[in-house]
Ligand binder design. Structure first.
Ligand code: OOB
Length: 531
């Protein structure tokens, strides 16, 4: 019923992501599509990119990767990331978007839970040996037949050798079929995977392009990890491809890396999380680089404080767009022509007139207009459930299909949403999401630990940091905070999940029903000392 409505309204147009690239290659073959500036500049026109994607798609096919197969992709911001994901889209294999920061624990889980047939990674990145990680994971996950490595592949298959004859390419996916599995921010012991279809995702991309004025002249710098939903599609590199513009991949996030690229590549648009936007804003005054090509910058992923937002436009002399989105679907933007006060003080309006927004109390009753409550949403590009998680879906979605975002918002008279807080058990560390339960489970493996609770503490720069309250066993030797952090790191999880602070306590604050009160812990954490 909803699908018919979304098709009739023209939201779901029957396009595929692979088809979209092919169309540009036909229409504007010589336009610059992709630039990978490091270590030396390489660039691809739409025709060249389309050809490489075809060749890779055929190479993957020849190695037995087929429609519907899951492939875990963990690559830094390099051309290979874009080419591999586009090739998988083209054959209908589903990329599972890991982040470069993920380690053994996450990668093993993604591979085993999705029964992935292949894992695509890089030899080394940021001092970490990903090829060795791949060997470990391959030994543990029986479905994993292939590992493709960018660079020195060792026992694995070098990605550079993956090429086939596109003449033999099988028919690609249909527009209603799954395109990929995106990671949820997560509130539980293991991350949930979000199934997105070509039709629904491309609608959000098209809508984003319109709202952000992306066109053939757009030159977009991908600063954040390219696999995250924000830089993929808000409007992100897919939005830029959809509009026929140019995507430039930044190998780093710091001004020292990005500012010279903005100048050299005449970048017109980029997307940042709030802590980066703050660092960039501070760095603008002293930079010798010409940033005047920038027309707009999107900031989102975590709350951008009004004070920080007010400093943005005077520093950059270009438009700020706040974006409040989620990999599950709903994305809100402030509009380019919104009044300045709206741009600095709200997190925007939904993309679609058919994004249904409900703001409710603890009993799912609508709150009076203008008051804050839990945000529920349903619409043409918001999923109705996580992938293979029926149990969790009953909690995360209402019976009539609204997604419980876990965010606390209010709506201004103009319809803009203001994010006031969060009800879900999650830490938003400058846009990087941490599920406390996942970290707690890791800390609990320590033989001296009796119990643990991980909570968010306010942080001026990151917005939030993580604090682990640890109760030691009665007979355990005292532990130092650094030993707990080291232990977590050694368990092989992403560095951003290692608790920033560790406090040893005798017991946690209790709620009425005798359960650990995260709220009580957060209040206690407000006064916790830095370490
Ligand atoms: C983006 O996606 P996710 O899936 O990593 O995280 C979604 C969650 C939201 O539910 C909310 O809690 C938080 O991140 N969030 C914000 C925010 N943008 C996201 N909280 C306050 N203010 C904002 N502007 O983070 C994401 C996906 C697409 C576009 C942009 C961000």
């Amino acid at each position: 019923e909803f699908a018919a409505r979304y098709r009739a309204a023209g939201y779901w147009r029957g396009e595929t992501i692979g088809g979209m690239l092919r169309e540009h290659a036909g229409r504007r073959p010589d336009a610059e599509a992709l630039v990978d500036p490091a270590p030396e500049r390489r660039s691809w026109t739409y025709r060249e990119l389309d050809e490489r994607v075809d060749e890779l798609a055929a190479g993957f096919t020849a190695r037995g990767i087929a429609k519907g197969d899951r492939v875990v992709v963990q690559l830094p911001n390099t051309a290979e990331f874009v080419q591999v994901t586009m090739a998988l889209f083209r054959i209908g294999a589903l990329p599972v978007f890991a982040l470069p920061a993920h380690r053994e624990s996450e990668i093993r889980y993604f591979c085993s839970f999705t029964e992935a047939v292949a894992y695509v990674t890089v030899d080394r990145h940021a001092g970490f040996d990903h090829a060795a990680l791949a060997t470990l994971v391959k030994d543990q996950v029986p479905t994993l037949r292939e590992v493709f490595v960018v660079g020195e592949a060792g026992d694995h298959t070098p990605l550079a050798e993956v090429a086939g004859d596109p003449a033999g390419l099988p028919e690609g996916p249909g527009p209603h079929e799954l395109a990929f599995l995106q990671l949820s921010g997560g509130t539980t012991g293991v991350p949930k995977l979000i199934p997105r279809t070509h039709d629904d995702y491309l609608y959000s991309v098209r809508g984003s392009d319109e709202i952000c004025a992306v066109d053939t002249s757009t030159r977009f710098l991908v600063v954040l990890p390219a696999a995250h939903n924000f830089p993929v599609s808000s409007p992100g590199w897919l939005g830029v491809f959809h509009a026929g513009g140019t995507v430039v991949l930044s190998p780093g996030t710091d001004p020292a890396t990005a500012f010279p690229l903005v100048e050299r590549e005449r970048i017109t648009m980029t997307g940042l999380v709030p802590p980066l936007a703050i660092v960039w804003t501070d760095a603008v005054a002293a930079t010798g680089h010409d940033l005047s090509s920038l027309k707009s910058v999107l900031v989102g992923g975590a709350k951008y404080s009004e004070a920080a937002a007010r400093r943005f436009e005077p520093a950059f002399g270009c438009r700020l767009q706040q974006v409040f989105g989620m990999a599950e679907g709903l994305v809100n933007y402030t509009r380019l022509d919104d009044p300045y006060e709206t741009i600095v003080a709200t997190q925007g309006l939904p993309i679609s007139p058919d994004d249904e927004i409900r703001i409710v109390d603890d009993h799912d009753q609508d709150v009076p207009e203008g008051e804050f409550g839990h945000l529920l949403t349903r619409g043409p590009y918001t999923v109705r459930g996580y992938w293979r998680a029926p149990e969790h879906n009953r909690r995360s979605f209402t019976e009539d299909g609204f997604y419980r975002t876990g965010d606390i918002v209010r709506r201004t008279p103009g319809g803009h949403l203001v994010v006031e807080g969060r009800a879900k058990d999650q830490i938003n560390r400058g846009g990087e999401k941490i599920a406390p339960e996942e970290v707690e489970n890791v800390i609990l493996r320590h033989p001296s630990v009796h119990d643990v609770s991980v909570v968010a503490v306010p942080d001026e720069y990151l917005g939030e940091r993580s604090l682990a309250y640890v109760v030691l066993r009665g007979d355990a030797e005292p532990l130092r905070a650094v030993a707990v952090k080291r232990f977590v790191r050694e368990q092989g999880i992403a560095a951003f999940k290692v608790p920033d602070l560790v406090e040893f306590v005798d017991e946690f604050p209790q709620t009425g029903v005798g359960k650990v009160s995260k709220k009580g812990l957060r209040a206690a954490a407000d006064s916790a000392q830095d370490q």
